[in-house]
Design a protein around this ligand. Structure first.
Ligand code: NAD
Ligand code: UDP
Length: 341
């Protein structure tokens, strides 16, 4: 059985579903601070059976001890955490407490229970403003420009130390590039509860008419069209990367680093153009100043993941955007029905 912390969230729900589709038993632990219990119903519809669910906090050591004792868990995927960059600047202690504190407690409880296979949701943000492009796993980690990024780097360092202290550990640090998209069914996707920070959720709200225009943060970067370039990856491809990592970790010890990206970069304007093509909806733009802390370019060298995990992203930008749009329209319809009742 696989324990997925944060398994009702955007990425965790896709990982849970992918594990279940492959015949694994899944137990989700989530405190629902940024997700909803209804994600369990939607995973169940798609998987044809229900995952286990524990409502609780990953920092609760007593809860984790009992979960790891009472269920036949043999590996953990740790997605639970806080992820809003701007919020992390305003509330750094909450971010360090949840992200770093949660990882420490989880590792303690796992060691106590004799469970040593762990996959962690890390981020390309740990590379900071990396000058080598594409970025491979031997590029040095940089200086993340905000507490969220720092917390991810700290979690990685905690896990590296833990793995060097006891040879039984087998830990995969998955450095996600920019996950977007949604499940092709339109039933699982990202549902931000407040004003979105990231490009895609913001763009989708503009497309729905909920916001007037998309702010383009800077058109004077040293990139082909002046806007920031990122490696967007379909969340279903990302989820599959976790399955491959869980498998690969059976035969590995220590810490393994894997980039989960496509290896292709797209600018903000590329994304907008592709979205307009897929949806037929024009997106009004406002060019604004650069967002503090943003870097010009970031895309992955996925070669190590291809060789060691046999994993490669399959979906292109248009498919990511079409799936995201389908999910957003379904969400919108659900919200309208809820308001009408
Ligand atoms: P999300 O907010 O949708 O999911 C995170 C889940 O963790 C939520 O369901 C939330 O309720 C839960 N959670 C938060 N704190 C918790 C706690 N203390 N105890 C139990 N549950 C808790 O975010 P996501 O996009 O699915 O991200 C998952 C992980 O991937 C996060 O660790 C995030 O930092 C990392 N990550 C995300 C991205 C991205 O762009 N989405 C990129 C890189 C890394
Ligand atoms: N971006 C933008 N407008 C927005 C949000 C993001 O122009 O409303 C740009 C941002 O400057 C970056 C790219 O879109 O170049 C991706 O930003 P996002 O926040 O989605 O991801 P990250 O910065 O974490 O890579």
């Amino acid at each position: 059985m696989i324990l997925i912390t944060g398994g009702t969230g955007y990425i965790g729900a896709h990982v849970a579903l992918e594990c279940m589709v492959r015949g694994e038993e899944v137990l989700i632990l989530d405190n629902l601070c940024n997700s909803q219990r209804s994600a369990i119903d939607r995973i169940s519809v798609l998987a044809g059976k229900r995952p286990g669910f524990i409502f609780g906090d990953v920092r609760n050591r007593r809860l984790l001890d009992s979960v790891l004792r009472d269920y036949p868990i043999d590996a953990v995927v740790h997605c639970a955490g806080l992820k809003a960059v701007g919020e992390s600047v305003r509330e750094p202690l909450r971010y360090y407490n949840t992200n770093v504190g949660g990882s420490v407690v989880l590792c303690q409880a796992m060691a106590q229970a004799g469970i040593f296979r762990l996959v962690f949701s890390s981020s390309a943000t740990v590379y900071g403003d990396c000058t080598c492009m594409p970025i491979n796993e031997s590029c040095a980690t940089g200086q993340p420009t905000n507490p969220y990024g720092m917390s991810k780097l700290m979690c990685e360092n905690v896990m590296k130390s833990v793995a060097s202290s006891d040879p039984r550990w087998s830990i995969g640090l998955l450095r996600y590039f920019n996950p977007i998209g949604a499940h092709a069914s339109g039933l699982l996707g990202e549902a931000p509860t407040s004003t979105p920070n990231n490009l895609l959720p913001y763009l989708l709200q503009v497309a729905l008419g909920e916001r007037r225009a998309l702010a383009v943060f800077g058109n004077d970067y040293p990139t082909p069209d002046g806007t920031g370039v990122r490696d967007y990856i379909h969340v279903e491809d990302l989820a599959l990367g976790h399955i491959r990592a869980l498998d690969a970790l059976r035969d590995r010890r220590g810490v393994s680093l894997w980039n989960l990206g496509t290896g292709r970069g797209y600018s903000v304007l590329d994304v907008v153009k592709a979205f307009e093509k897929v949806s037929g909806i024009p997106i009004p733009l406002n060019v604004e100043a650069r967002r503090p802390g943003d870097i010009a370019c970031c895309w992955a060298d996925p070669q190590k993941s291809i060789e060691e995990l046999g994993w490669q992203a399959r979906h292109g930008l248009e498919k990511m955007l079409a799936d995201a749009w389908r999910w957003q329209c379904n969400q919108h319809k659900r919200d309208e029905v809820r308001k009408a009742n």
